[in-house]
Write a protein that binds this ligand. Structure first.
Ligand code: PEP
Ligand code: MG
Length: 555
């Protein structure tokens, strides 16, 4: 029987497919005592499971290539480590089940790694994953973590952290549904980056059984569970019609009366460049550089970084590419860079703060960007995340100069203090870029990873729009640019409002460019300004959206 659920739609489009769950790592270990006569059989069972897991990890590595392959190879070696298997055998010999023996043997390894600190401590999660895989295989239950499917599916999870998705074969993911998370959580960002529909903050999503067909509408936030064949066909048809209408509008970002608002892409790795070019992005407004560091678990060398950056820069000859220096900490912890013991990491040493504590990492990254841009006609710009005051902006500008970078230096406005003092920041740097995801988090004291506070992460909140206006006005007064690179830019109606507030460019996941382009093309700048004024005059996010919609649809 068809049922409907509603969450928050955060990435456009409709996906129809079978549900797969991102498993949680709760595995019940059988606690029976293995009689001596069964020991050889139990040991063989443990070995077979470990070998099968190693083979599977290798196969996934071959598929993934690059850094991911190295991680998976290392995990495969962990699974069949001779010392580990000897330890398992010893434990089974004294009566433990294969599941219990594997789990306990890996737990003692884990303690060793964690105690070693540094890079080795960073491998604890990999070991945990190996343990889960072997134990799940022994129990005959789905492997916790990334689904093991060869068919495309709709992924349901509590929420997705960057580490969860590193091993996801994204070609198979038709869409996402999460119980937690808000419009700016990583699930939402990842879904937009992949151009697949997503609905977040949907309580009870994980109760939808594995294998059930669902239709996910990322525009309305509706998830239809078990739709009948007729309904499925209707939904697919609607989605195709929407896509066809959008593909008819092409060209740069501009309002109907010719006010230009360049449409740029948010990318997270060179592999995203193709989608950005396909979408007609006029450049890159946010190149998140975290992946290089997150995937290798260490600071990559200047040369390694330069090679990757050059791949991105050479894809936009004459275009503008804004690279953001490493934004570690909070939801992107890096054990070698950020403190692991902060009570509230989102308010701790993250972003520029962590880099200023490790100036050698910042210098290497800026040097790598300078090397990468050498001899290319691209307009490289560099910006820092999590800048709170003028001293931060000055320190970043000085680091850029010291690295010999011939690129504009700018700062992200993600902390309310930076919006309030935007003019002062612009005495030190040359442009602003509004990170509305974090700006909402910090303005409303609402963790962007917590579904229960999604209401306050809504970028339509008038207080957030006030801060955007403040930063845009400051930039205009200083003759500088002020773009938006947070997820707010990906909402077509809000994009018009942002243009009306005076932002000078909009940067978003490539999949969002077409709907935003089409929306801007329908309205004059004056209409966008009226919509912006109406939204700011509202009392809450839903009212702001309704007010802007009323102005722009001429109601
Ligand atoms: C933001 O905070 O709006 C932003 C663009 O940065 P990130 O989402 O990577 O924190
Ligand atoms: Mg941010």
């Amino acid at each position: 029987m068809e049922t409907r659920l509603r969450g928050v739609g955060v990435s456009h489009g409709v996906a129809i497919g079978e549900v797969r769950h991102l498993g949680t790592a709760v595995l019940d270990l059988p606690d029976r005592q293995v009689p001596p006569a069964e020991v050889p059989r139990e040991v063989a069972r443990a070995r077979r499971a470990a070998e099968a897991v190693a083979a599977d990890l290798r196969a996934r590595g071959n598929l993934a290539g690059g850094e991911a392959q190295e991680v998976l190879e290392a995990q495969a070696l962990m699974a069949i480590d001779p010392e580990l298997l000897a330890d398992v055998e010893r434990r089974v010999g004294v009566g433990a089940t294969a599941e219990r023996a594997v789990s306990d043997a890996l737990a003692s390894y884990r303690a060793l790694l964690a105690g070693a600190g540094g890079y080795l401590a960073g491998r604890v999660a990999d070991l945990e994953d190996v343990r889960n895989r072997i134990v799940a295989r022994l129990l005959g239950v789905p492997i916790p973590g990334v689904p093991d499917s060869e068919e495309p599916y709709v992924l349901i999870a509590r929420d997705l952290a960057p580490a969860d998705t590193a091993l996801l074969d994204t070609r198979l993911v038709l869409g996402f549904v999460t119980e937690e998370g808000g419009p700016t959580s990583h699930s939402a960002i990842l879904a937009r980056a992949l151009g697949v529909p997503a609905v977040v903050a949907l309580p009870g999503a994980r109760e939808v059984a594995e294998g059930t067909v669902v239709a996910v509408d990322g525009s309305t936030g509706e998830v239809v569970v078990a739709p009948g064949p007729k309904r499925r066909a209707e939904l697919a048809e609607e989605a195709a019609a929407r896509r066809a209408a959008l593909s008819r509008v092409t060209g740069p970002g501009v309002t109907s009366d010719g006010h230009t608002v360049p449409l740029l892409a948010n990318i997270g790795r060179p592999g995203d460049v193709a989608a950005a070019l396909d979408a007609g992005a006029e450049g890159v407004g946010l190149f998140r550089t975290e992946f290089l560091f997150l995937e290798s678990g260490r600071a990559p060398s200047r040369e390694e970084q330069a090679g990757v950056y050059r791949e991105v820069l050479s894809a936009f000859p004459e275009g503008r590419v804004v690279a953001r220096v490493l934004d570690a900490g909070a939801d992107k912890p890096l054990p070698f860079l950020t403190p692991g013991d902060e009570p509230n990491p989102a308010l701790g040493v993250r972003g520029l703060r962590a880099l200023l504590d490790h100036p050698e990492v910042l210098a290497a990254q800026l040097g790598a960007l300078a090397d990468a841009a050498e001899g290319l006609p691209v307009h490289l710009e560099v910006m820092a995340p999590m800048v709170a005051d003028r001293a931060d902006a000055r320190a970043f500008a000085e680091a850029c100069r010291a690295a010999g970078l011939h690129a504009k230096a700018g700062v992200m406005v993600e902390v309310p203090a930076a919006a309030l003092r935007a003019r002062a920041l612009l005495q030190e740097v040359e442009f602003l870029s509004l990170g509305t995801n974090d700006l909402a988090q910090y303005t409303f004291a609402a963790d962007r990873q917590v579904g229960g506070v999604a209401r306050w992460q809504d970028p339509w909140q008038p207080a957030l729009l006030d801060l955007v206006a403040m930063a845009a006005d400051a930039a205009a007064a200083e003759g500088r640019s002020c773009g938006v690179c947070g997820e707010a830019a990906a909402d077509p109606l809000l994009a018009c409002v942002l243009a009306g507030l005076g932002v000078t460019s909009l940067s978003m996941s490539p999949g969002a460019i077409a709907p935003v382009r089409a929306a801007l093309r329908k309205h004059t700048l004056a209409q966008c300004e009226r919509a912006a004024a109406a939204a700011r005059a509202a009392d809450g996010a839903p009212e702001a959206r309704t007010a802007a919609h009323a102005v722009l649809s001429g109601e």
